[in-house]
Design a binder for this molecule. Structure first.
Ligand code: FES
Ligand code: FE2
Length: 352
């Protein structure tokens, strides 16, 4: 059965998506973000409470993301209307005694918001059954945890997930980083699809990326590699090295429009990780991600069609594409399951 291109955008409204790093908001701050074609404002108040709401003032439509936090309230930059952490309008400065019905009408349209893993996450359609995946290494104080800079991609979010799962591009797309020594033939991998529909996992022993010209460093040495995807777009890579050290990376491409996403990502290193300094690993990962960005932004079309088609996904594949193809197949099942479950799927805003 063919799915509509709008369906993923509708379904993702019930999932948690990162929209900012916690440190960007500071102790009292305001930012704007476009999530699934919806402009939102995210505010942190002095007591630490958070508000996510439509980024539009109910008075004259000013962007609240240009506002300021004052004494526990968000103040609109235009005429100074004030809103509390629940989104209730508390003050209209041009009225001495604002009538309660006017204040009630001016309540902001607020969304679920939480902080975890050093990021701020928003859920546009409240659904208590949808939870963030647990990645214990990111909350273990003995591990070193680093956040990468959120990276905008001018490509659809599914392009980014597929790139992250792609096994045969290292030797080419990463010509100046990993590709110096990469082999274009990938080792056999074991793919497990979870029965509960939550996602899938790949396990493979990765050989050293080694050539006569390049000796592998720690990160390129032989290791066990596990890639996991929690549908729809939360992906991790777990590398386990011969000396017991481990490294976990997460990538979540937040959909902005159908053809743009922002990749939120981070890196965790096991205690006493014997290898390049954490900052150097982050810097290297930034370069690798930039090479991936260039590839994703120069693929046509900008987003992968949701239905398999000749010349698209599902037909022209090699064994190295199996994981990316597994993603597309599992995603379709996930979308169909939500649809069949009669979940309230709201219409998404105007398409990009
Ligand atoms: S537009 Fe926000 S107070 Fe007037
Ligand atoms: Fe890559």
């Amino acid at each position: 059965m063919d799915l509509t291109e709008d369906l993923p955008f509708q379904v993702l409204r019930r999932t948690w998506q990162p929209v900012a790093l916690s440190r960007e908001l500071g102790p009292a701050g305001v930012i704007g973000f476009r999530l699934l074609n919806t402009d939102i404002v995210v505010a942190r108040f002095e007591d630490g409470s958070l508000l996510a709401a439509d980024d539009v003032c109910p008075h004259k439509g000013a962007r609240l993301s240009r506002g300021t936090i004052l004494a526990g309230e968000l103040q609109c930059p235009y005429h100074g209307w004030r809103f509390d952490p629940a989104g209730a309008c508390t003050n209209i400065p041009s009225l001495l005694n604002p009538p309660s019905d006017k204040l009630e009408l001016s309540h902001l349209n607020a969304y679920a918001v939480q902080e975890r893993y050093g990021m701020v996450w928003v859920q546009l359609e409240r659904n208590a059954d949808v939870r963030l995946p647990d990645v214990p290494e990111f909350e273990n104080p003995r591990w070193t945890y680093l956040l990468g800079p959120p990276t905008p991609f001018r490509s659809g979010w599914r392009r980014e997930v597929e790139n992250y799962l792609d096994m045969t591009h290292f030797a080419f797309a990463h010509g100046t980083t990993l590709g110096k020594a990469a082999d274009s033939v990938v080792p056999p991998m074991k793919i497990t699809v979870f029965d509960d529909g939550s996602g899938f996992q790949m396990d493979a022993p990765f050989p050293a990326l080694e050539s006569p010209h390049e000796q592998p460093g720690k990160l390129q040495s032989a290791h066990g590699r596990q890639q996991r995807c929690w549908l729809p777009n939360f992906t991790t890579i777990r590398q386990t090295f011969g000396d017991g050290d481990a490294r976990v990376l997460v990538h979540v491409p937040t959909p902005v429009t159908r053809e743009e996403c922002v990749v939120f990502w981070s890196l965790a290193l096991s205690p006493g990780f014997d290898g390049p300094a954490p900052e150097d690993q982050l810097e290297f990962a930034i370069r690798v991600l930039d090479e991936d960005r260039t590839m994703c932004e120069n693929q046509v079309p900008r987003e992968i069609p949701i239905n398999p088609s000749k010349g698209g996904w599902g037909v022209l594949v090699t064994p190295g594409d199996t994981l990316a193809n597994t993603f597309q197949k599992c995603l379709r099942k996930y979308l169909q399951a939500v649809q069949a479950g009669g979940e309230s799927v709201k219409e998404s805003r105007a398409a990009a």
